[in-house]
Every structure is written in structure tokens, then in C-alpha cells.
Write a protein that binds this ligand. Structure first.
Ligand code: ZN
Ligand code: ZN
Length: 90
């Protein structure tokens, strides 16, 4: 078994090596793969895409806008805090 992947490659990591360079290679690979995979069918400029992990400008803005609208609706729905002094006169 001579043909082994070099250190700092995902292949070597897969074979069981956990040295620093192999771990970094593996981490970078998975991160890259996930980003590509997630963005493939993503519609940018949507909060859903932002939640899925995209932090591009369009998605960040979409999330901010959503939160602003959400908070406004939330506050509107809240019944006005009743601070009327209900001192039941006796
Ligand atoms: Zn290694
Ligand atoms: Zn995006």
C-alpha cells in the first residue's frame, strides 16, 4: 500500500489521518461543498435563503426587511398595555 494521498488532502483524512493539515483540508472541503450545494438552487434576496446559510447582500437585506415588518406587525398585535388605574372604589 504505497499509493497514499498526500497530507493536507481530504483523501488522506478519509483514510484516517487526523493531522492538522488533513483536518483543515477536510474542513475546507466540506465547507466548500455545502456552500456550493446550498446555493445551487437558492433564490437570492429571500429570507429563506438567508436562513439556509447564505449571507450575500441580497439575502441579508431580505432578512432585515422581514424582521422589520415582523416586528411592526408584532407590536401592532400586542394589546396596548393597559395601564388604566383600576382602583375599585369602595
Ligand atoms: Zn495527515
Ligand atoms: Zn444569497
Amino acid at each position: 500500500m504505497r499509493a497514499e494521498a498526500a497530507h493536507g488532502t481530504r483523501g488522506r483524512y478519509a483514510k484516517g489521518c487526523r493531522c492538522e493539515s488533513c483536518r483543515i483540508a477536510y474542513r475546507l472541503y466540506t465547507r466548500h461543498y455545502r456552500t456550493v450545494d446550498r446555493r445551487r438552487n437558492a433564490v437570492h434576496g429571500r429570507r429563506a435563503t438567508y436562513i439556509r446559510g447564505c449571507r450575500c447582500e441580497a439575502c441579508t437585506i431580505a432578512n432585515k426587511l422581514y424582521m422589520r415588518v415582523y416586528m411592526r406587525n408584532y407590536l401592532r398585535r400586542q394589546p396596548n398595555s393597559i395601564t388604566s388605574t383600576q382602583s375599585t372604589g369602595e
